[in-house]
Design a protein around this ligand. Structure first.
Ligand code: PGA
Length: 258
């Protein structure tokens, strides 16, 4: 079964809503119907931009999926500062990142919290992009695959095979995020293949075949094609290079030669 690639732009804490509107419009001028046929595209602006971006995507009929970077797992309640999955679903958000390493490392998200979010995102009818990844010391100690496999198993606990088969996993080696260092295509392939194997063991072969696995960490126009050429790499989660519409459109158009 061919998995359609998903290229996602994670803007992190960049672009106010005016800048967001401009960025999306510029991006839409660069991308063509052939691009959207070849690749699914999502953008993940900060919460304060979501409504503005949704309105532009809708009014101009731009086939870019709206994404969020984070959410809480409860539908509502006394959780000052948090945003619920239902609120995001109401804004036509399609994809929500869960367990980005910045959330894990800077804001204390645990595997258990990530698992709750994944389930809540699915229950609200959206698709989770669940991130896993190893720190540099873990890579150097040779425990990368063990580390990401345990994050993956914990994050998927109690999720049905059908749901896993339709979701997205992002392999993001933490030492490669925002550093300009990228995993080699071989390394990315090895870890993504391991993740697919773990999905197969945990929930079955069909889910393993369907699940899309992105690579993330210093993806740029010049390295996307070789990463995407790997069998088990089905997309990219792009941070810094997604802020600029020229760069991001070249990444989406990797098949044209960067
Ligand atoms: P980067 O970030 O592309 O800037 O390395 C990737 C991410 O954090 O999703």
């Amino acid at each position: 079964m061919a998995r359609k690639p998903l290229i996602s732009g994670n803007w992190k804490m960049h672009h106010n809503h005016f800048e967001a509107i401009q960025t999306v419009q510029k991006l839409s001028y660069q991308l063509t119907g052939a691009d959207y046929d070849a690749v699914d595209v999502s953008i993940h602006p900060p919460f304060t931009d979501l409504r503005s971006v949704q309105t532009v995507l809708d009014a101009d009929e731009i086939p870019i999926a709206l994404g969020a970077q984070h959410c809480h797992w409860e539908d509502k309640g006394a959780f000052t500062g948090e945003v619920s999955p239902l609120m995001l679903a109401k804004l036509d958000v399609a994809y929500v990142i869960a367990g980005h390493s910045e959330r894990r490392d800077l804001f204390g998200e645990t595997d258990e919290m990530v698992n709750r979010k994944v389930k809540a995102i699915l229950a609200a009818g959206m698709t989770p992009i669940m991130c896993v990844g190893e720190h540099l010391d873990e890579r150097e100690a040779g425990v990368t695959e063990e580390r990401v496999s345990s994050q993956l198993r914990a994050g998927l606990a109690g999720v049905s095979p059908e749901q896993v088969g339709a979701m997205v996993i992002a392999y993001e080696p933490i030492w490669a995020i925002g550093t300009g260092r990228t995993a080699t295509p071989d390394d990315a392939q090895t870890v993504c293949a391991t993740l697919r194997k773990v999905v197969g063991e945990a929930v079955g072969a069909e889910a393993a075949e369907g699940v899309r696995i992105q690579y993330g960490g210093s993806v740029k126009p010049t390295n996307t094609a070789e990463l995407m050429a790997q069998d088990d790499v089905d997309g990219a989660l792009v941070g810094g290079a997604s802020l600029d519409p020229d760069n991001f459109s070249r990444i989406v158009q990797y098949r044209l030669g960067g």
